[in-house]
Write a protein that binds this ligand. Structure first.
Ligand SMILES: [Zn+2]
Ligand SMILES: [Zn+2]
Length: 356
């Protein structure tokens, strides 16, 4: 089965612009109006449109990337539009960020006001209070929304022509000149009046901020109803004009270039000096909670992996505990040895040559 990216012929990391361009090119080629009524190209056009509808919408696209093509098609966009939010499985924790998600965990319903909360990997380990913010639109208090549709009147400077005519005196001859009307920018019309408060939008944006308590063990794209995790009273949230929309907080876990995530486990690399690899010893290894000392045994090979138990991410309650961190050991080759170190290493080298 072709992915939507393949259908549009773009890379999975394509920008919105690239996606739009690819779509336009294909749509032109396969559009029913241009290709007659060939059923194959009609089907192709359907396919292209479907791919574009998903990939051009950042929300749907991230959901698609997350669920994968097959899962997205069977449990995807259309169904989640009617998903009943009352099933609270969305925050059951059983849905791991690395695993294929279950049917009922399809992401928040589209009819919602969403706000993101960013967490670092370490911040997912404990309950944490964060501030979320979002905007709502309120009718402009000055024009009461009346200027949402700006009324235009004929430009008084050019009488609606968009160009101005005047006669220039050129060595005694009157020469007719026609110039672009700057007042109306050539349109012939100007707005009758623009509300200075909302600049003709008819509404103003109001910013809302709330403190929320995100529980320990939260994961990428987990979502909560604001009222379930807000630190304030419910009455304060009720003041937000949201009609029948849900106020939804979505967790976004920031990537950390030092740690690769696979499910609940973390993967990192660590550079150890040659002597410690050979002789063993204590090394200070970075984890998401800071450096920890770890004893590595004698004779470790470069590229071998050690396991730091319970240094990964929190598992869902059902499983309990935490994942582990796997550290691949690399060798650190020093560049500026002291004379003493060089002497010692040469002595060692001699013993190797003696072995031969
Ligand atoms: Zn206004
Ligand atoms: Zn004008």
């Amino acid at each position: 089965m072709k992915s939507y990216y393949e259908i549009l012929g773009v890379e999975p990391d394509a920008t919105q612009n690239q996606i739009k361009k690819a779509y336009r090119k294909l749509a032109k080629k396969y559009h029913p109006d241009s290709g007659g009524s060939d059923p194959a190209s009609n089907a192709r056009f359907q396919e292209i449109s479907e791919a574009y509808a998903v990939l051009s919408d950042p929300d749907l696209r991230s959901k698609y990337d997350y669920l994968g093509h097959e899962a997205f098609q069977s449990s995807g966009a259309q169904r989640s539009a009617s998903a009943d939010y009352e099933t609270e499985d969305g925050h059951c924790g059983a849905c791991d960020m690395g695993r294929k998600k279950k049917d009922e965990d399809e992401g928040p319903p589209p009819k919602s006001i969403r706000m993101a909360v960013h967490l670092t990997l370490a911040e997912t380990l404990k309950e944490i209070v964060k501030t979320v913010s979002f905007y709502t639109k309120e009718q402009c208090p000055r024009c009461q929304g009346e200027h949402a549709k700006i009324q235009y009147v004929e430009c008084p400077v050019c009488n609606g022509k968009g160009r101005r005519v005047y006669f220039e005196n050129n060595w005694g001859y009157k020469v007719r000149q026609e110039v672009f009307c700057n007042t109306c920018r050539g349109k012939g019309k100007i707005p009758e009046e623009i509300c200075p408060e909302c600049l003709g939008l008819g509404y103003k944006e109001k910013k809302w901020e709330f403190q929320v308590k995100i529980p320990a063990g939260s994961y990428e794209r987990q979502y909560f109803l604001l009222e379930d995790i807000a630190c304030c009273d419910k009455e304060e949230i009720d003041r937000v004009p949201h009609e029948d929309k849900n106020l939804i907080v979505i967790v976004l876990v920031d990537e950390d270039p030092k740690f690769e995530r696979k499910g609940y486990h973390l993967y990192s690399t660590y550079d150890v000096d040659y002597a410690t690899l050979v002789l063993g010893g204590k090394v200070k290894i970075p984890t998401i909670e800071g450096d920890v000392w770890h004893e590595i045994p004698e004779g470790m090979q470069m590229g071998s992996r050690i396991q730091l138990l319970n240094r990964g991410l929190i598992r869902p309650k059902k499983m309990g505990g935490r994942g582990d961190q796997y550290v691949t050991l690399n060798i650190r080759i020093p560049r500026n040895l002291t004379a003493q170190q060089k002497r010692a290493l040469k002595e060692y080298q001699k013993t190797l040559q003696a072995d031969r």
